[in-house]
Design a protein around this ligand. Structure first.
Ligand code: NAP
Length: 315
């Protein structure tokens, strides 16, 4: 009999790739789908759309019925105010946990948090991810739960990191962070592999786990640029973007977004995240708990994502 899993955020960047991997691995996937994005869910045997949203507990009950596990990938990654983020990243977690606790038997619960949760003072996004973790830990009781804290994730369909890599591939590297800053990165297929490993590992100690790729200690901006430069076999010009310029652009962006009501990526909080000196994650606890190890370096992840590094290929 196939095992059943409930997934939220299946129409997003990470959720799309995760759902594909789960179906391939033989899971029956029930995917929470908002009506306006239903067209983004591929028709596939083994994938069952459940129409609804995190704000609609009846749809969440339908989603979780019969599920052995739930993987909560839905999240707000763009916004201006604390309310924009908290409505999804805090209240959404609470709602889903409440419904999970009402199931019998209870599903195992994996929530995609973020490494940003480690520095909640930086932005409304970071704070909301931190509060979401606290809500999960505080409410779960004896339900098995984990919160994964990925660093910046990249791969096909990503709208944040890929534009930056594309600029670098064309020979220009906007440098957004401080000199000396270090960041961990994670190729999306490694994240999916970690989720599948957690599912297959059976019991895992409840708690918060960081993830990163094969490079312990992360990357400096210069090291990232060097990887792209080697893959593209070209010189890349560094264009440091001063913090003051980024802050002004972000302030203008946030004001415009408030006036015309859209959810921007570059906000004052995002600039503080970008300028933070330490986004280095550490896999040790997760590897000890479930035996997962990342399989891709940045070079390999970019080769697979962009088609770089082979003759006559490239974006
Ligand atoms: N991408 C990264 O680098 C990264 C790094 C660390 C952590 N994370 C976390 O990973 C998760 C997924 O990120 P992503 O990059 O895949 O984001 P994404 O592409 O923006 O996808 C977000 C998903 O959440 C869904 N969603 C948003 N609000 C919802 C609501 N009220 N009810 C139901 N579904 C809702 C969206 O549905 P629609 O399609 O209907 O809008 C979409 O499927 C987020 O929690 C994020 O914080 C991401």
């Amino acid at each position: 009999m196939s095992r059943t899993i409930a997934v939220t955020g299946a129409t997003g960047f990470i959720g799309t790739m995760l759902t594909k991997h789960l179906v391939t691995a033989g899971w029956h996937v029930k995917a929470l789908t908002r009506p306006h994005s239903a067209h983004r869910l591929p028709a596939s045997a083994g994938l069952e759309p459940v129409s609804g949203s995190l704000q609609d507990s009846a749809s969440l009950d339908c989603l979780l019925q019969g599920a052995d596990a739930v993987v909560h990938c839905a999240g707000a990654v763009r916004g201006v105010t604390a309310a924009d983020f908290n409505a999804v990243n805090v209240e959404g977690v609470k709602q889903l946990v409440r419904v999970a606790l009402a199931q019998s038997p209870r599903p195992r619960f994996l929530s995609l948090s973020s490494l940003a949760a480690r520095a909640p003072q930086l932005s409304h996004y970071a704070s909301s991810k931190h509060l979401g973790e606290e809500a999960l830990a505080g409410m779960a009781g004896d339900m098995e739960w984990v919160a994964f804290r990925p660093p910046a994730v990249y791969g096909p369909g990503d709208r944040e990191m890929l534009p930056l890599f594309q600029w670098m591939g064309r020979g220009i590297a906007p440098v957004l962070g401080e000199t000396g800053a270090r960041v961990s990165l994670l190729y999306v297929e490694d994240l999916c592999a970690a989720v599948l490993r957690w599912l297959d590992a059976g019991q895992c100690r409840s708690g918060i786990y960081e993830l990163n790729d094969t490079r312990a200690g992360g990357y400096s901006w210069d090291e990232i640029i060097a990887v792209v430069s080697a893959l593209r076999d070209r010189r890349i010009i560094r264009v440091p973007l001063p913090a003051a310029l980024l802050r002004s652009l972000a302030a203008m962006n946030a004001t415009t977004a408030r006036l015309i009501g859209y959810a921007p990526m570059l906000t004052p909080g995002k600039v503080r995240e970008l300028r933070h000196p330490d986004w280095v994650a550490d896999n040790t606890a997760l590897t000890a708990a479930i035996g997962w190890q990342p399989g891709f370096s940045l070079q390999e992840g970019l080769q697979r994502t962009m088609g770089w590094g082979g003759p006559g290929r490239g974006a």
